[in-house]
Design a protein around this ligand. Structure first.
Ligand code: ADP
Length: 443
């Protein structure tokens, strides 16, 4: 407590001296023992010194600061007093303005329909707007209090802890809170970002239930539709093969039919591939938890390259595999699909002969895998669009090659599920390379 209280200091000193004088008078009235006298006065001096150090010295140093600044600026005591009063008024005005500003922000946040709270590093809620307290049903509870008192959602807490640990970042994800009064599932998008330099974080929830439900309906529809169509299509294809085999056995088989059969064959295969890819895409989209494990990609690549190459008997293609990083912690089936799509694309888009180079390395805390070919490449103005659903590069070469335009969309979704990155570099007629990157902290 360094507050200056001149009056109290003076009163204390006066009382102290009176008590001391009385005490000395009573004690030494009859016998004048000099040892006792010295002890009593020494104790008195020590008490006084402590008092002076605690209360009087800070005021003295403050006064000397004021005096030196007064000498410096050539101010009289009256001017100093006036300046202090002015500063005091300015401070009070600033305080008022600050409180008003504070109130404005509070009102603004309270009027928001989205739940908002401010948390500190220890996940203590220090502010919550009305929507937030309605959501967790704690209206009237006195702030601050730990977040854990209103929600046991571990995923939510873990996410907050991680976001708060990473300074100056904002992140988002889906959350549901089962303990809510509302029996329907509600999905929220969450954003967390620092609001000041003393480690307070704004946590903004946004209800995205409708969007999530619409996405779910779309996924269900595509998945059900693809299932329903695929079954009769496969039966049709089987019957068609039987018919073709039966007709070809006939002695008077009309060779014109052979051409029709090729067309029917190609188109049923295209349709079957399309529905298979659609099913794959929806199953990746709806997959919630990845089953990650340490995978030796060298082994996986050996099998894949061998199996895929069989489908291109007329091409002369060489694989060069140089792996500095062999173990990747990924979902086996999904990662296999990624490699399958990328290597198959390289094989498809190399003209007649070429080289596919696959390398891997660890850099800047990320594990990278690069699949590079010297095929037809992608025109620069279309590179940005290749991950879109059904997008196929518009070149005469592409239209000759079979494809659904869904392969890279599936790849992108799988990489996103792993919280990884995918980068493409390509030049028209000069090859393409895809770089997949995974961060070990996302494992
Ligand atoms: P598709 O089934 O048509 O191959 P993808 O989604 O796998 O569909 O790829 C989208 C488009 O990107 C392809 O149509 C092709 O034009 C281009 N593309 C993808 N990979 C390569 C590659 N390695 N070389 C050249 N073009 C590629």
């Amino acid at each position: 407590m360094t507050e200056i209280r001149y009056k109290q200091i003076l009163i204390f000193q006066a009382i102290f001296l009176i008590v001391l004088a009385l005490f000395t008078f009573i004690l030494f009235k009859e016998n004048s023992d000099s040892v006792k006298f010295i002890i009593v006065w020494s104790a008195a001096i020590i008490i006084n010194l402590i008092f002076v150090k605690r209360y009087a010295l800070p005021s003295r140093s403050l006064l000397s600061k004021i005096r030196s600044s007064a000498i410096h600026e050539d101010l009289s005591w009256a001017e100093i007093e006036e300046s202090i009063t002015r500063k005091d008024d300015a401070f009070n005005k600033q305080k008022e303005e600050f409180e008003l500003e504070n109130l404005k922000y509070k009102r603004l946040l309270d009027s928001l329909q989205d739940p908002v709270c401010i948390l500190n590093r220890d996940l203590i809620i220090i502010y919550a707007n009305q929507a937030f307290s309605d959501l967790f049903d704690f209206s009237g509870k006195k702030l601050p209090f730990p977040l854990i008192e209103i929600t046991r959602n571990l995923e939510f807490q873990e996410f907050l802890k991680n976001s708060i640990g990473e300074e100056l970042t904002s992140r988002r994800s889906y959350f549901t809170f089962n303990q809510l009064q509302d029996p329907h599932k509600t999905f929220f998008d969450l954003k967390v970002f620092p609001v000041d330099k003393i480690n307070n974080y704004l946590c903004l929830l946004h209800d995205v239930t409708e969007r999530k439900m619409a996405d779910q309906m779309r996924e269900d529809f595509v998945s059900n539709f693809s299932h329903e169509v695929r079954t009769p299509l496969t039966i049709l294809n089987g019957q068609m093969q039987n018919l073709k085999a039966a007709l070809q056995k006939e002695d008077n088989f009309d060779s014109r039919f052979a051409n029709y059969f090729v067309k029917i064959d190609n188109n049923t295969r295209r349709l079957i591939n399309l529905f298979n890819d659609l099913l794959r895409l929806t199953s990746v989209e709806s997959k919630k938890d990845l089953v990650k494990e340490s995978i030796d990609i060298e082994e996986m690549l050996t099998f894949l390259t061998h199996d895929l190459l069989i489908n291109y008997p007329n091409k002369k293609i060489k694989f060069e595999i140089l792996l500095d990083q062999k173990i990747f912690f990924v979902d086996y089936n999904l990662f296999e699909q990624v490699l399958l799509n990328l290597i198959d694309n390289s094989l498809k888009y190399i003209k007649d002969s070429g080289v596919i180079t696959i390398t891997s390395h660890h850099e800047d805390s990320w594990d990278h895998l690069v699949i590079k070919d010297n095929g037809v490449g992608i025109p620069e103005d279309q590179i940005n669009r290749i991950f879109e659903r059904f997008f196929r590069v518009d070149t005469s070469r592409s239209s000759e090659i079979e494809g659904t335009g869904l392969g890279l969309s599936i790849v992108k979704h799988i990489i996103q599920k792993h919280e990884g990155r995918i980068k493409v570099q390509s030049k028209h007629l000069d090859g393409t390379s895809f770089t997949l990157s995974f961060h070990p902290s996302n494992f």
